[in-house]
Design a protein around this ligand. Sequence first.
Ligand code: 6PG
Length: 242
Amino acid sequence: MPAEIVVLPSKQAVAEALADRTAAALRAALEGEPRVTLCLTGGSTPVPAYERLATAEGIAWDRVHVFWGDERCVPPDHDESNYAMARRTLLEPAGIPDSNVHKMPGDCPPDEGSAVYEQALEQFFGDDLRFHVLHLGMGDDGHTASLFPGTGALEVDDRRVTTGTAPPSAAITDRLTLTYPTLAKADLCLVAAAGSGKREAFSSVLEAYDGDGDGPPVARVEVDGTMVWLVDREMAQGIAGA
Ligand code: 6PG
């Protein structure tokens, strides 16, 4: 998967780049279309990015529809909820209308939640699912969304949404996640990651890109459009020309 690798000086710079590139892509898409779609990620890396994105100029947020790449199976006001993080950092500060917010139902049994979100995507997109901008992160183990190493979710290719299982060390193990075929439907995929803890996984990703092994789950993401990694020097040290 030919992906652009952008090495930035710090984790804060990664967040700024995620926000600014997202804002530019949304503005461009909004010039040509009545509504555009943004698929958010969870985790901690995006938090300052979403706070910055909420203050970006010239984005008609009433024409931006928001989705998630994954969710923890918790209520929407739970500290571990990706929706709760986005509501606090982006949705409320930017004034995105509730009718534009398509959250994953974390507050029901996982199998039911994945079926509900599958129906929600069908209702919104029909057969033409497309994310103008897709955000992804990467865990230290190379997972992305809630596609974790060695789990069945990696092999689901006949559904848009499935259930995921995080390792026992995670605060919340039951997850909902988009599948690889769904993540592929992105015009622009921005993968934001930082820190020395992700260096080994990132090295495996680059080896996979060079045809050396399959790499971790994030290495298997292939998008219809463009994929750009936004990483800091600490993570890319000794690799990726950093
Ligand atoms: C989640 C995310 C997950 C995240 C990685 C990286 O629900 O946790 O969707 O895939 O992107 O775990 O998280 P950090 O940004 O906190 O390192």
